[in-house]
Design a protein around this ligand. Structure first.
Ligand code: AMP
Length: 145
């Protein structure tokens, strides 16, 4: 069963440039930007440009491009923030924790001495997000991403 795509969802609006985001990476098939309610510093989202609610609705080509972009951006996150580990996650359906109905991958740095903040709970300050985005974008540019 395929979920119906709502073209007014917040990530669709970001992809169309109707809403701002802290973009750190873009290629032909994906964009990546910081999560504004990060579970840890450096929490980044990789969003396929193809309109699909979840992984099940995504074409094979877009899925391959998204995981490739996720690897590229995760390398940048690791170098920029120096976490002890990195979680990659992707939620399908509200029961799985999905809150935005456009498929995306989470890159969540884990720091050994810090608990994760709540999922989509607390907005980080714009100044901190801007500074983190600038650092991550600079790393990715340096890595030739
Ligand atoms: P999910 O619950 O897997 O659908 O994840 C959606 C994520 O998007 C959450 O972690 C939210 O914090 C994040 N989020 C919601 N609105 C925005 C936004 N405007 N810009 C960036 N991230 C957002």
């Amino acid at each position: 069963m395929q979920a119906e795509y709502d073209s007014h969802n917040i990530f669709a609006r970001i992809l169309r440039g109707e809403l701002p985001c802290f973009k750190v990476y873009e290629d032909a098939d994906t964009i990546a930007f910081l999560d504004i309610m990060p579970q840890s510093d450096g929490h980044t989202l990789v969003v396929p440009k193809e309109p699909a609610v979840d992984l099940f609705g995504l074409s094979g080509q877009a899925a391959a491009a998204a995981i490739r972009a996720t690897q590229i951006v995760a390398r940048g996150v690791r170098e920029t923030f120096g976490p002890d580990g990195v979680v990659i996650s992707q939620f399908n359906g509200a029961a799985a924790g999905q809150t935005v109905p456009h498929v995306h991958f989470h890159i969540v740095p884990r720091y050994a001495d810090q608990a994760l903040r709540g999922h989509a709970r607390e907005q980080q300050s714009m100044e901190v997000l801007r500074a983190h985005a600038e650092r991550l974008a600079a790393t990715l540019a340096k890595q030739g991403a």
